[in-house]
Design a protein around this ligand. Structure first.
Ligand code: G3P
Ligand code: CA
Length: 259
C-alpha cells in the first residue's frame, strides 16, 4: 500500500509531516512528485506553481531552493473557521521537502519503506529531471538494484519519454506507466517502451475492468491510483492488482485487515 503524497488526507501533502504520518500509519511505500527548482534541486511538489500548497506564489521552476525554503507548505491544510491551521510540529515539518531529505527519512526508518517517485513535466527539462534523480538515487545506493523485484524504488510518469530515459540509464529500476485514458495499446495489454508496470487511474479500473484483466494476462504488475473509497479498494483486491496508491493509508490498511 502506497501513501499518495504521504498521509495526505490527514496532513499537508508532500511535507515531512505527511510522510512521517504515513510511516507511522504503516504504509509500505511513499509516493511523491518531483520537480526541478531554478537552481537544479529536486523538490517534492505536485503543482507547477506553489500557490495552492504554500503561502508563496510562483512556478517551482522559476524559484531557487533558498526561495522555497522561506515558504510554509502546511498552513493551507485543515484550517478552522477562524482561519487557524493545526500545529504540524516543528517548522521543518512543513518546509519545502527536497527529495534528498525524503530519501534520508526513508534511510533512517527501521523498517523497509519503498518509494514511488513520479517525474512531473520532465520533457521541459530535456532529461535533467531523470539525470538528477538517478544521481541522487545512486548516492543512496538505490539506482541499480540487482533485479527489478528487489528494488526499493519505482519511477513513475505520465511521460513515456521520461520512463524510457530511466529504463535506458538504469535498466533494473522498475518504471510505472501512469495513464488515465484507455488507449488501443492499453486495451491490447501493452505498455510504452521502457515501462515495466501499469499505472492506471481508479476510473479505468472502475469502468474498464477487462483492460485490467488483459494487462494481468499479459504479465504486467498493476499499481492503481488514487484509491480512497472502500468500494474501490474492494474492487482492486477482487481484480488482483499489485499496488494500491491512496491518500488514506490508515483507512486502507484497516480495510485490508493489516491493522
Ligand atoms: O500515483 C500517481 C498519481 O499521483 C498521478 O496523479 O496528479 O496525483 O500526480 P497526480
Ligand atoms: Ca503523483
Amino acid at each position: 500500500m502506497v501513501a499518495h503524497r504521504g498521509a495526505s488526507e490527514d496532513a499537508p501533502e508532500h511535507t515531512l509531516a505527511a510522510y512521517v504520518k504515513a510511516i507511522e500509519d504503516g504504509a509500505d511505500a511513499l509516493e511523491c512528485d518531483v520537480r526541478l527548482t531554478a537552481d537544479g534541486h529536486l523538490v517534492c511538489v505536485h503543482d507547477r506553481r506553489v500557490n495552492r500548497t504554500s503561502n508563496g506564489r510562483g512556478a517551482v521552476s522559476a524559484l531557487e531552493l533558498a526561495d522555497l525554503a522561506t515558504l510554509d507548505f502546511g498552513t493551507w491544510k485543515g484550517r478552522d473557521e477562524a482561519g487557524e491551521s493545526p500545529d504540524w510540529g516543528d517548522p521543518g515539518a512543513t518546509s519545502v521537502l527536497t527529495l534528498e531529505r525524503l530519501l534520508e527519512l526513508v534511510a533512517d526508518t527501521d523498517r523497509r519503506i519503498e518509494l514511488a517517485i513520479e517525474t512531473k513535466h520532465p520533457t521541459r527539462w530535456a532529461g535533467q529531471v531523470e539525470d538528477k534523480l538517478l544521481q541522487l538515487l545512486d548516492r543512496f545506493g538505490l539506482a541499480a538494484p540487482a533485479a527489478p523485484e528487489e528494488s526499493a524504488v519505482r519511477v513513475m510518469s505520465f511521460s513515456a519519454r521520461s520512463l524510457h530515459r530511466v529504463a535506458e540509464a538504469a535498466p533494473t529500476l522498475p518504471t510505472v506507466s501512469l495513464t488515465q485514458f484507455v488507449t488501443p495499446r492499453l486495451r491490447d495489454g501493452r505498455l510504452p517502451a521502457g515501462a515495466r508496470i501499469a499505472g492506471p487511474s481508479i476510473r479505468i479500473v472502475r469502468h474498464h475492468p477487462a483492460v485490467i484483466l488483459r494487462l494481468r494476462q499479459a504479465g504486467h504488475q498493476i499499481h492503481v491510483w488514487t484509491v480512497d473509497e472502500p468500494e474501490d479498494v474492494e474492487l482492486c483486491v477482487r481484480l488482483g492488482v499489485d499496488g494500491i496508491i491512496t491518500n488514506r493509508p490508515k483507512q486502507v490498511l484497516t480495510q485490508l485487515g493489516r491493522l
